[in-house]
Design a protein around this ligand. Structure first.
Ligand SMILES: *Cc1c(COP(=O)(O)O)cnc(C)c1O
Length: 391
């Protein structure tokens, strides 16, 4: 490679660094959880997506070990060759049943699911209508699909309607995070669905943060709103509340049949290890039967809301495990995160471009694995931080 090419890359890295935007990885030395050892420091963590505390659950570890004894560690092939195992099949059926839609299809990751769904369903001349705060994978998927991309202001359904009204694309898809990943708020699904019906569009909902947490028995955002429709293409990830890894899409049988034939991130990739699916079947059982995890989580959310006495920073309105504390400037958000770390509390500062300019925040994520004492400790430290950092 030429020196010039390397110099160009180095200059761009330097530019990023000068803007304070260099990202670095923390080194985790324990299993994921609430009390972890990270970069050599033992901390109380509020930064995983393991909302139900299942990532290190003994019952799931046992399921993983037992199923690996039976099915091995690797799937050895893609689903359409010989990689589609009995465990994958069982999990797909269990997921479709759990969500209340006719059929489901597994993907290796949520990122791949979104790319696969949108590139299969859309092409040149079609149109995608996307909330501005959608997850990056949905935006990437829209671009890769070659459809026209229209982004509407966050949860602004009149802006969306204006866009839908003027579109004469043959296939229209409205896409939104069901629970927004950096804000924790919900998309108004019933109103969104009504617009899709009015303008004959499909609705893709990404429930990465609602699955397992919201709705009856943790069945997710559709259950939370108590609705279903053949227009809905429901997608959720299995590496967050479900505690393991992977993703799926649930929809009408014809949509699933179509994706099986056309979703390139499904077809041209190795099937995930069958033991992961076996473990997820067990995770689904726990999600369904153990209401106490969701009750406890809701209790922690109320505790956090009632305990914080902040003037300078504001907790966003959110009924989910994602509780963002809006700080404003990048520097102050970083300083607050660093202050908490001196108290052995880990909460990441999220800055642009992940969130809009001037809305840098701490993304507090609560888990059923937290105790009330853990949350009380966070409250105390945040309340202290505001008075001490202002001084
Ligand atoms: C995490 C996330 C994804 C990606 O899922 P992975 O399984 O981690 O690839 C997609 N959409 C949203 C909203 C997410 O939060």
């Amino acid at each position: 490679m030429s020196d010039k090419l390397f110099a160009g890359l180095a200059a761009q890295l330097q530019e990023r660094d000068a803007a304070g935007l260099t990202r670095r990885r923390r080194l985790l030395e324990t299993a994921q959880g609430v009390h972890i050892k990270c970069d050599g420091q033992t901390v109380l963590s509020f930064c995983s997506n393991d909302y139900l505390g299942l990532a290190n659950d003994p019952e799931l570890i046992n399921a993983w070990q037992q199923s690996a004894n039976i099915a091995g560690v690797g799937s050895g092939a893609s689903h359409l060759i010989t990689g589609h195992h009995h465990y994958h099949e069982l999990l797909e059926k269990a997921l479709a049943d759990f969500i209340g839609l006719p059929a489901a299809l597994l993907f290796s990751t949520g990122y791949m699911a979104n790319l696969g769904i949108m590139t299969a369903l859309l092409g040149r001349g079609d149109a995608v209508f996307a909330d501005r705060l959608n997850h990056a994978s949905l935006n990437d998927a829209a671009v890769l699909s070659r459809a026209e991309l229209y982004r509407y202001p966050h949860n602004d359904l009149s802006a969306l309607e204006a866009m839908l009204k003027t579109s004469n694309a043959p296939r229209k898809l409205v896409v939104a995070d069901a629970v927004f990943s950096m804000d924790g708020d919900l998309t108004p699904v019933p109103a969104l669905l009504a617009l899709c019906e009015k303008y004959d569009a499909l609705l893709l909902l990404d429930d990465a943060h609602g699955f397992g947490v919201l709705g009856k028995e943790g069945r997710g955002t559709l259950s939370h709103f108590n609705l279903t429709s053949p227009r809905i293409i429901y997608m959720a990830t299995l590496g967050k509340a479900a505690g393991v890894f992977g993703a799926f899409v649930a929809a009408d049988q014809i949509v699933i049949d179509y994706l099986l034939q056309n979703a390139r991130t499904y077809i041209y990739t190795t099937a995930s290890p069958p033991a992961i699916s076996a473990t997820l079947i067990k995770a689904l059982e726990i999600i369904k039967r153990d209401e106490s995890r969701r009750v406890h989580l809701q209790g922690l959310i109320s505790l956090l809301k009632s305990g914080l006495q902040l003037k300078r920073w504001k907790l966003e309105e959110s009924v989910t495990a994602i509780q963002p504390l809006i700080v404003g400037s990048n520097e102050e958000a970083l300083a607050l995160s660093e202050y908490l770390l001196t108290k052995n509390i880990l909460v990441p500062a999220i800055r642009p471009p992940t969130v809009p300019k001037d809305t840098a925040r701490l993304r507090i994520s609560l888990s059923a694995a937290h105790s009330e004492h853990d949350v009380a400790q966070l409250i105390q430290s945040l309340n202290d931080a505001e008075s001490e950092m202002a001084a």
